[in-house]
Structures are given as C-alpha cells and as structure tokens.
Design a binder for this molecule. Structure first.
Ligand code: PXP
Length: 238
C-alpha cells in the first residue's frame, strides 16, 4: 500500500491572498493527518508566495507524521532545512515566474553542485529526495548522488492529451519507478495526481508514496461549501 502525503501549499495561497492568518496550513495539516494522511508536504519558495518560514517551523513542532520540505538547492534553503530538520527534503527546480513547479530538477546537469548540497543535508541527518523527470539517466544520476529517494514527476503523464499519449507517459513512469527501486532508491511520485489518474498510477507497486496537493485542496473547497454556507446562514438568522 502506498502512503499519501498531502501538500498544503494551496491553503497558504488562499491565506496570502488576503495577507491575514487564515486559513492556516498548519490547521489543514492537522486535519489531513486526522483523516489519515501519512505525511505533510510544503514548498518553501524563495519568494515566499504561499508557505512562510513560520508555517514550516510550526509544522515541524506539531505534525505527527512526516514533514517533507520541498525547496530549491540554494544556500538559504539548505540553512533553513538544517535548522528545521524535516524528515525529508525534496529538491526541486524553482523559477520566479512559474505558476507551479514545471518539470523535474535536471540532476545530471547540476550533478557537481548537488553533491555538496546532498552531503550537507545528510550530515545534518536530513534525508534527501530528488524531484526528477521519468528519465533513466536522471535516475542513475540520483543513485550516484546517493539520494535516499526520487520523486518521479507525474505532471507530463497527468497532462497527456490523448489516451495513447497517456499510455506512453504511464510506461515512462513505470519504467522509471522500476529502475529506481532496482537501484535501491525509495520511490515517491507527484504532480498533477488527481482522483482519476491515480487509478492508473496505483498499479505501479514500486511507488511507495504519492505527494498530492491541488486535487485534494480543490475538492475540499467544493465539498466544504455546503456546510460553510449553512453555518453562515444559521448565524445570520440568529
Ligand atoms: N511534488 C512536487 C515536487 C511539487 O512541486 C508539487 C506541487 O507543489 C507536488 C508534488 C504536488 O502537485 P499537485 O499540487 O499538482 O498535486
């Protein structure tokens, strides 16, 4: 059975839209855990557009499962990770203008600089995951870099426009997951996983953890509307 880790970034996005203190991603994380989530994921971006430093600090002290901190491989973020000590750091590429992470980190291109970052995190007792495309070369590099996990980017699979394309991308993810496992890497998968395409991905037994954000928070907004409206109407009518 694969674990499900919930990314609560979108809760922080709603909060930051008003620059107030609710909804609190820490509360969302606690509720997600009560519902059975086996991990909490947050991406502390360089521009702090959603998750704030305070969120990561409070999550570290309060969550009962595992904290997976997504971050860019920069000196600033490595310093924060060594202070917070998440259970896992997932290294991701980061661009200022992107709406969300657009692809895997090119670990082959950045192999030399990643070596030092991964060693520093390991020396600080922080496990490392590399968010990479479903590409055998990237996986072999992740193995050479002594990463503990890879997170296979499922966005291209999720965005496939036709059935044939989806099948092709599925095969790519499957091959990547098998190779990762063969090399002894832990296998996570994420990006664009939703209530439909997870029925494909769950067939890949090598995937031990899914990292899911948008689909779950989007559904929570809609499934929560009825109760929220009823509670307000009850108050308005005394
Ligand atoms: N994994 C990584 C590395 C991500 O950057 C994201 C998006 O923040 C996710 C998983 C979750 O993707 P989604 O929000 O599409 O479920």
């Amino acid at each position: 059975m694969a674990r499900v880790a919930i990314n609560v970034d979108h809760v922080a996005t709603v909060r930051q839209a008003r620059q107030v203190n609710e909804p609190d991603p820490v509360t969302a994380a606690a509720l997600a855990e009560l519902a059975g989530a086996q991990g909490i994921v947050v991406h502390l971006r360089e521009d702090r557009r959603h998750i704030q430093d305070r969120d990561v600090e409070v999550l570290r002290r309060t969550i009962k499962t595992k904290l997976n901190l997504e971050m860019a491989a920069t000196d600033e973020m490595v310093k924060i990770a060594l202070q917070i000590k998440p259970d896992v750091v997932t290294l991701v590429p980061e661009k200022r203008q992107e709406l969300t992470t657009e692809g895997g980190l090119d670990v082959t291109l950045f192999e030399e600089s990643l070596k030092g970052v991964i060693k520093t995190l390991h020396d600080g007792d922080v496990a490392v995951s590399l968010f990479i495309n479903a590409d055998p070369n990237q996986i072999k590099t992740a193995h050479r870099l002594e990463s503990d996990y890879v997170e296979i980017h499922t966005g291209t699979f999720a965005d496939a426009a036709t059935f044939a394309e989806r099948q092709e991308e599925f095969e790519r993810v499957l091959t990547a997951a098998k190779l990762s496992r063969k090399l002894g890497l832990g296998v996570h998968a994420g990006h664009g996983v939703d209530y439909r395409n997870v029925l494909w991905l769950r067939k890949i037994s090598e995937i031990e953890e899914f990292s899911i954000g948008h689909a779950i928070i989007a559904r929570a907004v809609l499934t929560g509307i009825e109760r929220s409206v009823q509670e307000m109407i009850a108050l308005v009518n005394g």
